[in-house]
Structure formats: C-alpha cells, structure tokens
Write a new protein. Structure first.
Length: 72
C-alpha cells in the first residue's frame, strides 16, 4: 500500500496541505455541509456538484468556495 500524496493547494486564499484526492473528499475533510447551498471553482473554472466526487485535485490548484448571500 503506497502512502497518500500530500498536495499543496489554495482554499479560499489560504494555503492548505491535504491528502484529499478529489474535490468531494476535500470538502468532506474540511467539514462542509453538503445539504447547504454552495458552489466550487478550481482555477477559476466552475465545477458542477455532480462532478465533485470525480474531480481530482492537483498540486497547486486554487479552490474557491462561495455561498449565496441573501438580502439587498
């Protein structure tokens, strides 16, 4: 069994080291609630929610997570 590869990524502007292989695994490890509304982009490209489990992370990826704001 090979050791997990540590990736150096940016999550909402914060440098993070992670072993998460996919976007879904990263979100799960960081404690995001999948029942709430939020969207994700990797390197400025929107990633649709159905693709999160398969979207592999790469060293140096910039992940932005945005949540809707109500009001006006």
């Amino acid at each position: 069994m090979s050791p997990m590869t540590m990736l150096d990524i940016s999550l909402n502007g914060e440098r993070v080291a992670t072993e998460a292989p996919t976007l879904h695994a990263l979100l799960q490890a960081r404690g995001y609630d999948f029942t709430t509304a939020f969207a994700c982009a990797i390197n400025n490209a929107f990633v649709p929610r159905p693709q999160w489990p398969e979207r592999a992370l790469q060293n140096g990826d910039r992940i932005d997570i945005v949540t809707p704001i109500t009001g006006g």
